[in-house]
Each structure stands twice: as structure tokens, then as C-alpha cells.
Design a protein around this ligand. Structure first.
Ligand SMILES: Nc1ncnc2c1ncn2[C@@H]1O[C@H](COP(=O)(O)OP(=O)(O)OP(=O)(O)O)[C@@H](O)[C@H]1O
Length: 601
């Protein structure tokens, strides 16, 4: 085995200066990221939902701006001939030295990789220059600031209820609680129900993350109760009532429900963290099956999510032998979608030529995917990771897939010895396409599964509508069913804002000729939508029709869509509950508590 040339002496001043510049760039990035994340608390306290959403949206673009800024600085200051291989090797070593005691070393390494890869040509993705694996450990990393990562409370003395009350009071939210005693009693009861009659052990304790998680109209307290060698995760959503006072909407104790709250189909949280790796470590104890990549992403650190994902993927490739092949389902006109059966994600490459009736281009498709990245996905749209230049081992590609990619997307496919490089790719969670789900349910006479699929489909559309999203192409094949049985939309090329659409009733024909016309005889504008027509392509199957008409017939009327549009235009931000209505406390409260109107989550 050859060891890489390791400089025995760090002799280059340029190398040190470059390392310093990159780390300064990262530190500026994280300072701004944290400042912005900490605005979550202020906007929540002020019930400024529009600003809270806007802040979360703006934060997504920060990383690329800072990388770009840093690359620009380095390119202005150094001539290409200054940057020899020798210098790059030293830059990395200096950088590792500078990261001693750094509180976000894993993020700083990823930033380093982004800057380096922007400057160097891809063939230089020499493992000696970048951080293929993390070099600096995040184990036992503690904040410098007085606020710890999590706080520990022992209910043994004062009892569970008083301890819960202290935890909530210690959050020091600027708004009063409407009736904290009432809410805490409900939380306590549910925790006790979950606990059963297991005896309390000497180590009985509650650990809660010091920062709240903010998203949409909610603040979430995240923690776990430990008793003996068992732990019980929980999340408490804190909401505002109509009078501006706070209340606890529920306590989620079920790991599956907690996992759904942190799902890839939701907007990123705003959380103030000095040591993000410690937050991820804590969260993994609540959701051991959730990959670190998805936890970093949901905390708004999506580049770190991407870096972790790619490392996981390479690892998985090494320890699997199946073939990457075209994803099951109806093939798309815009995308070639492929997957590795043993790995729960799909890869999507935009075709070079997009055939009619599609009226779009690669640039427009990318715009729509970006829109979804920046929009609140309300649990109903899959998040995508966007990559450039992804290398796959050629031997793992099926011949059919390779032939298809070369035929439909030659401009983004490159063969390089034993590798296939895809120049642009989206990666998202694999789901069961809803058309396949419904067909299976129909074929096996599984009425319950069929009805579930249809109910969830309608709920998904209704929640998208509330978030100002018109899916455009509403065919079942464009929706998928997640492992938790939720229906999620994943085909974004025809997406529009509800507020940009014009929902119309089909005009009455004025004569027999118009009545018999096979094409619309009336003028149809670019953004005109005729909901009555949805029945034609959604309700062909009688069982599907029955379930649909029972639960979601309103979706076929223009009035439904127009009313929703008007509501959004009037500035109303709908409530989105990332947990089922059935677990909410509102049913136990007196009407005076004025919780917001219920809507299916
Ligand atoms: N996340 C996913 N999980 C599982 N299968 C998927 C996923 N995304 C896409 N597919 C499969 O790939 C097919 C095409 O995907 P998609 O709808 O995104 O492509 P498209 O080219 O935009 O389609 P269309 O022609 O309807 O616009 C889907 O019908 C489905 O079978």
C-alpha cells in the first residue's frame, strides 16, 4: 500500500493563509446562520409567521453565497501557479490544525471541500486534498457558551408534574401560557400512560435540548425521559392561541410520530446551536433509524446532510452488490429515475429533450425543484438533494439504464474508465408510487389500503393547497407512499402557486356543435385550471371513484379551489400539524382555550 506524500514540514505561508481564509469564510457563514436561526424565537414570540417562514427560506441560500465569496477571494489573491499540489496538501493540514477546539469542525470541513472543489477541477478531487472522511472528531464536543446542549431534571424530588412545569418555565418564552398547570397535567398523564407501572429507578431523569425547534407556527421542546436502562423520547409542541397566549398542543411519545415530525417532507427547523453535532447525536438517540444526513438537513444544515449522505452512499455501494436500475412505475417524460434496490433513495436526471405535451426546459425544471426546496413542504413534498458530478461504478449500472441515460440525457452523462459520471442529479427518498399502491390494493381486494391511499392522496392535495402549491400534474403516479403510509408529491415540473392559477368552471355549451366538440371550444388561458375535469383522469377505477367521492368530492369543484386561493391572498397562514389530530389535547380542553380550528395533519 502506498501512503500519500505527507509533508514533514509545513513550510508554505501561502498554504496557511489559504486555510485561514477558508476558515474565516466558514466562521462568517456559521455566524450568520446562527444569528438567523436564533430569530426563530423572536418571530415565534411575535406570532410573525410570514417572517418566520421567510427567515427559514432565506437561510437556505447562505451557504452557496459564502462559498462563492470565499472562492472569489482566493481567486483574486492567488495565481493558479501558486496553488501547486504541494500547497494544497499543506492547506489541508493547516486547516486541521486550525480546527482544534472548533465547535463545528464537521461543517467547516464540508465548507473546505466545497471551496476546494470549486477551485480545483474534478479530476483533482484527490483524496489527499479534501476531507473524504471527517478528520476532526466531534465526540464529546461541548459548547463554550454557558448554555449546555441539553438540561437534565430529576423528577424524584418534586414529582413529574412540577418538574415539567419547571422545564417549560425555564424556557423563558416572552409570552405567557394560557393555563400551564392544565397543559402540564395532560402531558404528565400521557407520559405516565406510556410508562406503565414500571418502578422509578434512581437514575430517573428528563433531558431536554436547551434550544427550542421553530417551524411554521410552532415551537417544539425535544427531549427524553430516562428510567433504568430505558429511555422514552418526547416532543412537546407549543402553540399560540387566538389571544396570543401559549399552550401545549400535545406530547408526542411515539417514536414513529416523532420521526414523521423530522421527516424529509417538511421545512427545515430554526434552532440556535453552538455545537450542531451534539444536537444530531442527541436526536439520534430518539430516532436511531434516521440517518445523520437527514437530521443535519432538517436542522437547516443541508450541505452537511449532503456530505453525510454521499459518504453513506459510498459505504453502501461497497457493502452491496445489486444493480442500479430504472425505478419501478410509469416512466417520466421529464426525468429518468433510477434506483439501487438495496438503498432507499431514487436518483433523478433531467432529460436533454423533453417531449410534448410537456412545455418546459431543463432550466425551468430546475427552477421548479428550487421552488420546492425553498418552500414549506408541509409534510407533502419530498425534499431533494441536488448534486453535480456524481460518480457511480460502471459495473453497478444495468445495461438498460445506461442505454437509456445515453439516449435521453447524453449531455449530462460521461463515461470515465470504470465510472459513470452524472453531471446533474436530484436524489430523494424512494417511495411506493401511489398508482402502484392503488393497483396492488385493487388487485388484492384490499379495500382498506385502497381507501387509505385515496384519503391520503386528497389530504396531501389539500395540505399542498393550503401551502399555496398547485401540483399541476395530479395523476396518482406523481405521488408516493412513504414507509409511514403518508402520501407525498414528488413530480415538480408543472407546479404553480395557487395564487397564480385561475380556477374556472367549464362554461355551458351554447349550441350542439359546442356540446359535441372534442377539444375545448372556449378560450383556455395558460394558468386556467378546470377542477371538474380532474374526474376524467382520477376516477376511472370504480373503487377509487367511490372512496374519492366519499372523502374528497370537493376537490372536483372550482369553488373549493377559488375559496382557498382567496384565503391565501387575504394573508392567512394555515395551521399545519406535523402529527395526527387524534393525539392533540384540544379534545380535553374547555372551549375557552380557543385552540385553532382542526385540520387533518
Ligand atoms: N421518490 C420516488 N420514489 C419512488 N419512485 C419514484 C420517485 N420519484 C419518481 N419515481 C418514479 O419515477 C417516475 C417518474 O418520476 P417523475 O414523476 O418525477 O418524472 P417526470 O418525468 O417528471 O414525470 P412526468 O412525465 O409525469 O412529468 C414516477 O412515475 C415513479 O414511478
Amino acid at each position: 500500500m502506498t501512503t500519500p506524500a505527507f509533508p514533514k514540514l509545513l513550510s508554505s505561508q501561502i498554504a496557511y493563509d489559504i486555510a485561514r481564509t477558508i476558515l474565516d469564510g466558514f466562521d462568517k457563514h456559521y455566524r450568520l446562520f446562527r444569528d438567523t436561526s436564533s430569530l426563530g424565537k423572536r418571530h415565534f414570540e411575535a406570532s410573525d409567521w410570514i417572517l418566520l417562514q421567510q427567515t427559514a427560506r432565506e437561510r437556505i441560500g447562505f451557504y452557496d453565497h459564502r462559498v462563492h465569496e470565499c472562492v472569489q477571494l482566493l481567486e483574486d489573491d492567488y495565481a493558479p501557479e501558486d496553488l501547486s499540489d504541494h500547497v494544497w496538501r499543506e492547506v489541508k493540514l493547516h486547516y486541521i490544525g486550525l480546527l482544534t477546539d472548533h465547535k463545528q469542525p464537521e461543517l467547516a470541513e464540508t465548507f473546505f471541500n466545497s471551496v476546494c472543489c470549486n477551485i480545483l477541477h474534478r479530476t483533482y478531487f484527490n483524496n489527499d486534498f479534501i476531507f473524504v472522511r471527517p478528520a476532526v472528531s466531534t465526540e464529546y464536543l461541548e459548547p463554550d457558551e454557558p448554555t449546555p446542549v441539553y438540561r437534565v431534571y430529576y423528577p424524584g424530588g418534586d414529582g413529574l408534574r412540577a418538574t415539567l412545569k419547571r422545564i417549560l418555565t425555564n424556557l423563558q418564552l416572552a409570552c405567557p401560557f394560557a393555563d400551564l398547570d392544565r397543559d402540564v397535567a395532560l402531558v404528565e398523564q400521557r407520559m405516565l400512560d406510556q410508562h406503565g407501572d414500571a418502578p422509578l429507578e434512581p437514575n430517573h431523569q428528563i433531558q431536554v435540548l436547551a434550544s427550542l425547534f421553530y417551524r411554521n407556527k410552532g415551537a417544539y421542546l425535544v427531549g427524553k425521559r430516562i428510567n433504568g436502562n430505558r429511555d422514552y423520547p418526547f416532543v412537546v409542541p407549543i402553540l399560540h392561541d387566538d389571544n396570543g397566549a401559549l399552550y401545549l398542543d400535545t406530547v408526542l411519545c411515539d417514536r414513529a410520530q416523532i420521526t414523521v415530525m423530522f421527516s424529509f417532507t417538511r421545512a427545515y427547523f430554526l434552532v440556535d446551536m453552538e455545537v450542531p453535532s451534539a444536537y444530531v447525536r442527541f436526536l439520534r438517540t430518539l430516532m436511531p433509524n434516521k440517518p445523520r444526513s437527514e437530521l443535519y438537513t432538517i436542522l437547516g444544515l443541508q450541505k452537511q446532510g449532503k456530505a453525510c449522505f454521499y459518504r453513506d452512499f459510498l459505504h453502501h455501494l461497497r457493502y452491496s452488490s445489486d444493480r442500479i436500475d430504472i425505478a419501478p412505475g410509469i416512466r417520466g417524460l421529464v426525468m429518468t429515475v433510477f434506483t439501487l434496490p438495496s438503498f432507499p433513495y431514487v436518483f433523478k436526471a433531467i432529460k436533454d429533450v423533453i417531449p410534448a405535451p410537456k412545455d418546459t426546459t431543463r432550466a425551468l425544471v430546475k427552477e421548479k425543484y428550487l421552488l420546492v426546496k425553498n418552500h414549506d413542504r408541509v409534510g407533502r413534498m419530498a425534499d431533494t438533494l441536488e448534486y453535480s458530478n456524481v460518480a457511480f461504478p460502471r459495473a453497478r449500472f444495468s445495461e438498460t439504464l445506461l442505454a437509456e441515460l445515453k439516449a435521453v440525457a447524453p449531455s449530462i452523462v460521461e463515461e470515465d474508465r470504470d465510472q459513470i459520471i452524472i453531471r446533474h442529479l436530484y436524489i430523494e427518498r424512494r417511495m411506493m408510487p401511489l398508482n402502484l399502491w392503488l393497483t396492488n390494493a385493487d388487485r388484492t381486494n384490499d379495500e382498506a389500503a385502497l381507501e387509505h391511499g385515496v384519503i391520503e392522496y386528497g389530504n396531501a392535495i389539500k395540505e399542498l393547497v393550503a401551502a399555496n402549491i398547485f401540483p399541476g400534474d395530479m395523476l396518482y403516479k406523481n405521488f408516493g407512499v412513504t414507509g409511514h403510509g403518508r402520501v407525498v408529491f414528488y413530480d415538480y415540473d408543472e407546479i404553480e402557486y395557487i395564487t397564480d392559477c385561475n380556477f374556472r368552471a367549464i362554461p355551458e355549451p351554447r349550441n350542439e356543435e359546442e356540446e359535441m366538440a372534442s377539444e375545448p371550444w372556449y378560450h383556455v388561458g395558460r394558468n386556467d385550471v378546470f377542477p371538474e375535469q380532474f374526474a376524467r383522469f382520477l376516477l376511472g377505477n370504480p373503487r377509487v371513484r367511490r372512496a374519492f367521492m366519499q372523502h374528497h368530492a370537493d376537490l372536483l369543484t372550482p369553488q373549493y379551489w377559488q375559496a382557498k386561493k382567496e384565503r391565501i391572498l387575504a394573508g392567512y397562514v394555515e395551521d399545519v400539524f406535523p402529527y395526527p389530530q387524534s393525539v392533540r389535547f384540544h379534545q380535553y380542553r374547555k372551549p375557552a382555550s380557543a385552540a385553532p380550528a382542526a385540520r387533518a395533519a
